[in-house]
Design a protein around this ligand. Structure first.
Ligand code: AMP
Ligand code: MG
Length: 480
């Protein structure tokens, strides 16, 4: 059986200045690491039967019929500094498939060779970031948080030069689109109004068909990002590199580079080796979201006939992000505390817990999971300094006493909200190191466990444990 992808490539019909047509550069000796057959089925793909053919397919050595491979151009603010031209420097989009339910998805090979946007880069990826993105993006999907997905990973049989000689790999990413804030910025910076209009129409048709103007799009994206960032924070996720080229219009999480799930909670937590000033720290994420959305608003302005009036309404919309984020964040926090009703003091109660967790050195995932039980007071055991927890527990009990929902229903709801398992950094690193040494068992085991993040079971106990001081990963690195 040969591969069949139900392609319908709408991005490739946009003007030629949106991309460069670029075939993946074949690799020496492709070997399949993993293929996500559940996702392939959801997309309506027919995959080749034989592993060798599958390896060639996901390495880009064989391009499926109907593909129109291209590298997208975009720009972006990286750590606040303007880069007028970025683009897919190591990625090639094969095309878009329309799934049986009518949903449209990009299929992209990351690490597929040089493109005109590679600058000094080799266009390749090494195994580490490929496995990292595979594990974490699929974990995010299992947690129910909007994200790009992992369809496949292959080894290339080639060496990639990074810190040392690393095994090369290619990651197949699925996204509802790869349109970024930086895509709009690219055309706005060039005052290319026709392209901007075409991009607007394309994005609205694809993601927000109910929007009927640049303002409508801006408003919809603000809503999607407010919700996304609140959901990240609800699972202790730090994206790590929230540059405008790494923020989608769709509201999906994209570009898993130096990201991480926190172990011990601290609002100023940063993992990324390149984030020296904590710009993208855990608690800064909403502010950065608003900053990025202000850049999107600016990029949409050239489409507005009455610039002065547009500046006013766009500014108001961007300023509205903070309130919309708070609404989402408070909803997430109420869910984490198992509160079915709303009271004024709920957010304050949650923030008080978070402050105490920071002071008491409490593991984020374990604290909320321990609260999700018939004996929530056991959460105190998660604290290095339990004295920080006990007074809060009294307030929480008093609040729970005013909840009409029966305790068993609350516990069930909390266990479906507060994960038992997240991809902890030391486990991700362990899986990568084993794979580099030729052993993929930890990678496969971690993926399988993370597919069911809301159920406690004895087989995953070691994966649930927080790292010891010696195991703790203090820094994460970009994919480059
Ligand atoms: P990222 O930090 O992954 O968002 O990448 C930032 C920019 O650098 C994007 O335009 C990438 O396509 C490009 N880039 C990253 N790594 C490479 C590489 N190995 N070769 C070529 N371009 C790259
Ligand atoms: Mg990027």
């Amino acid at each position: 059986m040969t591969a069949h992808f139900p392609f319908d490539n709408s991005y490739a019909t946009l003007p030629e200045r949106f991309f460069t047509r670029q075939a993946p550069v074949p690799v020496a000796d492709p070997r399949l690491i993993a293929v996500n057959t559940a996702l392939a089925n959801r997309l309506g793909l027919t995959l080749p039967k034989h592993e060798e053919a599958m390896s060639r397919l996901f390495a880009g050595n064989e391009v499926p019929d109907g593909a129109t491979p291209l590298a997208q151009v975009y720009a972006g603010h990286q750590f606040g500094g303007w880069s007028p031209q970025l683009g897919d420097g190591r990625a090639v989009m094969l095309g878009e498939v329309v799934a049986p339910d009518g949903a449209r998805f990009d299929i992209q090979l990351k690490g597929a060779g040089q493109t005109p946007y590679s600058r000094m880069g080799d266009g390749r990826a090494w195994l580490g970031p490929v496995l990292r993105e595979y594990i974490i993006s699929e974990a995010m999907a299992a947690l129910g948080i909007p994200t790009t997905r992992a369809l496949a990973a292959v080894e290339t049989g080639e060496v990639v030069l990074r810190e040392g000689r690393m095994p090369g790999a290619i990651f197949t990413r699925v996204a509802s689109s790869h349109i970024r804030v930086g895509t709009f910025q690219f055309f706005a910076a060039r005052q290319d109004i026709d392209a901007l209009q075409a991009l607007l129409d394309h994005t609205i048709a694809r993601h927000y068909p109910e929007a009927d103007s640049p303002f409508g799009l801006l408003d919809a994206v603000i809503g999607a990002q407010a919700k996304l960032i609140a959901e990240w924070m609800g699972v202790g996720f730090i994206h790590g590199v929230m540059n405008t080229d790494n923020m989608t219009l769709s509201g999906e999480t994209i570009d898993y580079g130096p990201c991480a799930f926190m172990d011990v909670y601290h609002p100023e937590m940063v993992f990324s080796s390149i984030d020296q000033f904590g710009r993208y720290a855990y608690a800064n994420q909403p502010q950065i979201g608003a900053w990025n959305l202000a850049q999107l608003a600016t990029a949409l302005l050239p489409l507005m006939p009455d610039r002065e009036a547009a500046i006013e309404s766009f500014t108001e919309a961007v300023n509205g992000f903070a309130g919309r984020f708070d609404t989402e964040w408070h909803r997430v926090l109420r869910g984490k505390l198992g509160l079915a009703t709303e009271e004024d003091g709920d957010a304050a109660l949650a923030f008080d817990l978070l402050n105490r967790m920071a002071q008491g050195g409490a593991d984020f995932t374990q604290t909320f999971r321990a609260l999700s039980s018939d004996t929530p007071g056991d959460a105190g055991k998660v604290f290095a300094a339990p004295a920080a927890f006990d007074p809060w527990m009294e307030d929480y009990r008093a609040r729970l006493a005013r909840e009409p929902r029966p305790a068993d229903e609350r516990v069930a709801a909390m266990q479906a909200t507060n994960p038992a398992l997240v991809p902890r950094n030391h486990r991700v690193e362990e899986a990568i190191q084993a794979a580099v040494a030729g052993d993929y068992a930890p990678f496969h085991r971690l993926n399988a466990a993370l597919a069911d993040p809301f159920t406690d079971r004895s087989e995953i106990e070691d994966l649930q444990r927080a790292p010891t001081e010696g195991e703790r990963v203090k820094q994460t690195f970009c994919g480059t």
